[in-house]
Design a protein around this ligand. Structure first.
Ligand SMILES: [Zn+2]
Length: 481
């Protein structure tokens, strides 16, 4: 079977793993170097406001089509636009078009992209703050902590996944998540909420009596923000948290896993007790996964992210000390809607009836006894997940795909869930380009002190300079080579 979330390419290691374990042990030595090496970033460091707090919200793998479609989805559902576009429409947000290429690829991955924010330099795909030359500059949240502020990450993926990892960890390979989890603990990250109970080892957590470990939504909501002085690690699933569409339609998941907005609210209330200020990453990490899967339930995932954005904007409202940035690390699958007229409206309205993700569908099908794993049983699950009846000719296409045949002239679109997404595009009008990341320039919106320095066209690396200047951070440390 060809379905399943696309895996990320194996990263290329440029430095020995052992060399970077030393960094994980805290062996950071002072650098004589400048805080950032990009002349462009230095250009951005002019006069401007200072921020006590910085909140970076990343909808991972959000093509502009994902933002657009979710805006239209919410307009249909609630007769209102998304908080993101409402923010832009209010005139209160700075906007930038952002180029995303990494050191070795026009199409970046999440590790290389988030490293740009963290150290202001491009690295190769797969690397976390390790440059092509093998240097490991101090990640941004480590600098924030050294300045006496609190730093945290909130995500719907494993907390050790590429984007949150890049804010605090140096490692040549994003795939070594057990080592990444260990570094997160060693470096004193104040807060990590998300999935990843299998990657942050119970042994490592148990060795740190100062860390408060949480494992359910009830435990999180029962803990008063600020009540625990040490680090808080809330890991609400073994792997990633569930897709939002599955969480919404399964009460058991909803009781176990908090929403992204709930985690964000708790994190902000908790970290904002720190008098010196705080820095927080909030990631809608599974927007990327739904895009890889060509699953129109990406609209629910982006909606959940948009609710977290509202929490951050509510916190910043009426204050002048908090820089809010909402952006993404790269495009993915470039979804778009092209059904015109009344027919198109009714097609798009069917996305409101989605009840389950493609991942749920495949897991269910795989769990059937071998003899029952047929195209017919798959089609029945598609109906359960989407409310749509699969016709005979469509079932024949599904049967070929399930048998591993190439069903699309563009070979890449026979991989992952693409044929299923393409088939449902006939009903929803939402079509996807590919199962992969794309090189598209992406959206960024920001408000608060420092946002005035963001150029209308930028590269991912530029945001690094904006954030360190806004927070007035000391130059980065680096480890000896
Ligand atoms: Zn991805």
């Amino acid at each position: 079977m060809t379905s399943g979330p696309a895996s990320h390419p194996e990263p290329i290691d440029h430095v020995s793993r052992r060399g970077f374990l030393a960094v994980g042990a805290g062996a950071l030595l002072a650098s004589q170097g400048a805080a950032f090496r990009s002349a462009r970033a230095a250009d951005l460091a002019g006069a401007g406001g200072r921020a006590k707090n910085v909140i970076v919200l990343v909808s991972d793998g959000m093509s502009v089509g994902t933002l657009t479609l979710t805006d239209q989805f919410l307009l249909d559902r609630f007769d209102r636009r998304s908080h993101w576009t409402g923010w832009l429409a209010s005139g209160g947000a700075r906007r930038s078009l952002v180029a995303t290429e990494s050191a070795n690829s026009l199409v970046t991955d999440s590790a290389a992209a988030a490293s740009c924010w963290s150290i202001g330099q491009r690295v190769d795909n797969g690397a976390l703050n390790v440059t092509p030359a093998g240097a490991g500059p101090e990640p941004l949240w480590a600098r924030v902590r050294r300045a006496g502020r609190a730093a945290g990450v909130v995500t719907t993926t494993r907390v050790t996944h590429a984007t949150p990892a890049a804010f605090i960890v140096n490692h040549p390979s994003r795939s070594d998540e057990s080592e990444i989890g260990a570094q997160m603990l060693e470096r004193g990250l104040d807060l990590a909420l998300g999935g990843g109970a299998m990657t942050v080892s119970a042994k490592a957590l148990a060795s740190r009596p100062d860390v408060r470990a949480l494992s359910s939504r009830d435990e999180l909501l029962a803990l008063r923000p600020g009540a625990h002085a040490g680090p808080v690690f809330g890991l609400f699933a073994d792997q990633h948290l569930s897709f939002e569409v599955d969480r919404m339609h399964d009460g058991a998941i909803g009781r176990r896993e908090p929403t992204l907005a709930e985690m964000s609210r708790w994190a902000i209330e908790h970290l904002s007790r720190r008098a010196e200020g705080f820095a927080l990453l909030i990631e809608g990490g599974r927007v990327d996964h739904a895009a890889h899967n060509n699953d129109a339930s990406i609209l629910f995932e982006q909606w959940a992210f948009d609710e977290a954005l509202r929490v951050a904007l509510d916190f910043a409202a009426g204050r002048d000390d908090t820089l809010i940035v909402a952006t993404t690390d790269h495009g993915n699958a470039n979804p778009g809607f092209s059904g015109s007229g009344r027919y198109g409206r009714s097609a798009f309205a069917r996305t409101q009836g989605l009840r389950r993700s493609f991942e749920w569908l495949t897991d269910r099908h795989r769990s059937l006894p071998a003899g029952e794993r047929t195209p017919e049983s798959f089609a029945a699950l598609v109906t359960e997940a989407t409310g749509l009846v699969i016709e005979n000719d469509e079932r024949a296409i599904l049967a070929r795909w399930l048998a591993g045949e190439r069903v699309d002239p563009f070979a890449e679109r026979s991989r992952s869930y693409c044929p299923l997404g393409s088939l449902l595009a006939n009903r929803h009008g939402v079509a996807f380009l590919t199962p992969h990341h794309t090189s598209d320039h992406v959206e960024l919106a920001a408000s608060g002190p420092g946002s005035e320095r963001i150029p209308s066209f930028s590269h991912l690396t530029d945001l690094h300079g904006v954030m360190i200047r806004a927070m007035g951070l000391e130059p980065a440390l680096t480890h000896a080579r």
